[in-house]
Design a protein around this ligand. Structure first.
Ligand code: FAD
Length: 474
């Protein structure tokens, strides 16, 4: 049945139901606002359907197989077989559970959900083409709008995604069989995380990265243990080489790369995964109709209330710029909803953590020592190596360290960098310390459970103060 054009109204129209949009919707519902959330594809957005959750599910599953296969030292002799189809089915089940939960929570908070594609049609008006062919459309008048349309993977010339030879991360996270060999273009966090997944699943993985380093943006001492582990897994890293193009061969593809001196190399692989970054989805919103002008990269500039240059339009999540991380979008979504409801909410980016779920993991928050110096502090640091942690030894994972950065004056915690087991979890303690204005003394004086990895955070603080017990003081 074709549904004709109808017209409705709402206090808050939210476009896109990823972590930015659905959090904004639930929070606005909790604050008794009349909210409409439009999603064109799947509730939960990239994060739940094709990003954070699926990648972490496969990282865990392939990690279990790899751990079991390499635990002779612990007296375990196993040779696990990976059934990729079964793994993908399990991952899809996890995704379904979470996306179903998001939908239920939205409804329970009174959010009006619409499946369709929205675009602006005026200052306070949007049009939504309903999902499915011949489903009609609707006009929605709104008081406030929140743009939460997220991002998509960047395509590089010559490597357009076809889902067969050239994959995006989304394709890679749904492969039903493990390719014999996989070329990964891009050694950012997505490329490195997926390199670990496929290497542990049994593929021969080669990474091509234009820059001279992997995990650019992270200091060398954080990236080095990850790169060493990749090499131990047999991953070949071609740094300083740009992927130029590919040709089909009988059993896969041949990729050509070029280094800074113009020297070309070629190598074969069954498939290529391109993970060179993401770009905002703002070009399909008819922004001219509302008078919004994205920057040259397509991002929408916002103030510390998540508000764009228009008083009644907010932008949250990846469309609002770096860092393109789910929890940053969630925070912005919450703030946008609260500001619309008249609450005194504002964004504060001093303690936004970032994690890389490689082996070992990386977790960072706040300032590095160099950033603290640049900001005018006289920083002190303390470090605890995991090889001196009893709990790390019992897990068999002792690479890495916890570093804490604090201001010499007053001892306030300014930042932390962790590389090692569960760094993605441990970094939360340092984020909390920054948020609460805790000092090195506060962290050092907090009794931590023994034996846990979290003791390394306490020891790093003690080390900065010169009285760590389980490591030599500087
Ligand atoms: P998205 O999640 O992109 O959602 C936007 C939604 O808007 C989509 O569902 C889209 O369909 C919808 N939409 C777009 N246009 C319209 C329209 N016109 N009408 C209606 N709906 C529309 N981040 C982390 O913090 N931790 C991680 O571990 C992590 N891992 C990742 C792994 C991978 C492989 C990838 C690709 C990303 C990962 N990310 C991770 C990044 C994270 O997924 C994003 O930062 C997050 O999803 C951004 O949320 P968002 O709400 O801005 O947008």
């Amino acid at each position: 049945m074709v549904v004709g054009d109808i017209s409705t109204g709402t206090d808050v129209l939210i476009i896109g139901a990823g972590p930015g949009g659905y959090v904004a919707a639930i929070r606005a519902g909790q604050l008794d606002l009349d909210v409409t959330l439009v999603e064109r594809e799947a509730f939960g957005g990239v994060c739940l359907n094709h990003g954070c959750i699926p990648s972490k599910a496969l990282i865990t599953a392939t990690g279990i197989a790899h751990e079991a296969a390499n635990a002779e030292e612990m007296g375990i002799h196993a040779d696990p077989a990976i059934d990729m189809g079964g793994m993908i089915e399990w991952k899809d089940g996890v995704v379904d559970q979470l996306t179903g939960g998001v939908e239920k929570l939205c409804k329970a908070n009174g959010v009006n959900l619409i499946e369709g594609t929205a675009e602006f049609a005026g200052n306070h008006k949007a049009r939504v083409a309903h999902g499915g062919q011949g489903q009609g459309s609707e006009s929605i008048e709104f008081e406030h709008a929140i743009v939460a349309t997220g991002s998509r993977p960047i395509e590089i010339p010559g490597f357009e995604f076809d889902g067969e030879h050239v994959l995006s991360s989304r394709h890679a996270l749904s492969l039903e069989t493990v390719p014999d060999s996989l070329a990964i273009v891009g050694a950012g966090y997505i490329g490195m995380e997926l390199a670990g997944v496929f290497a542990k699943a049994g593929a021969d993985v080669t990474i091509v990265e234009m820059l001279d380093e992997a995990l650019a943006g992270y200091t060398d001492d954080l990236a080095a243990p990850v790169v060493d582990n990749m090499e131990e897994l047999g991953v070949e890293l071609h740094l300083g080489e740009a992927a130029q193009g590919w040709n089909e061969t009988g059993d896969g593809i041949e990729i050509t790369t070029e280094d800074a001196d113009g020297e070309e190399s070629t190598f074969g692989a069954e498939k290529a995964l391109v993970a060179v970054g993401r770009e905002p989805v703002t070009d399909t919103l008819n922004l001219e109709a509302i008078g919004l002008d994205p920057d040259e990269d397509g991002f929408l500039a916002t103030d510390d209330h998540a508000r764009t240059e228009l008083d009644h339009v907010y932008a949250v999540g990846d469309v609002a710029g770096e860092p393109l991380l789910a929890h940053k979008g969630m925070k912005e979504g919450r703030v946008a909803a609260e500001v619309i409801a008249g609450e005194p909410a504002a964004l504060d980016y001093q303690a936004v953590p970032a994690a890389v779920f490689t082996e070992p993991e990386i977790g960072t928050v706040g300032m590095t020592e160099a950033e603290a110096e640049e900001a005018g502090f006289s920083p002190v640091t303390g470090q605890m190596p995991f090889r001196a942690s009893g709990r790390a030894l019992t897990t068999g994972h002792t690479d890495g360290f916890v570093r804490i950065v604090a201001a010499e004056e007053g001892g306030f915690v300014l930042g932390g960098q962790i590389v090692g087991p569960d760094a993605s979890e441990l970094v939360a303690e340092l984020g909390l310390a920054i948020e609460l204005g805790a000092t090195l003394e506060d962290v050092a004086a907090t009794v931590h459970t023994h034996p846990t990895l979290s003791e390394a955070v306490q020891e790093a603080a003690e080390n900065a103060l010169g009285h760590a017990i389980h490591t030599l003081n500087r």
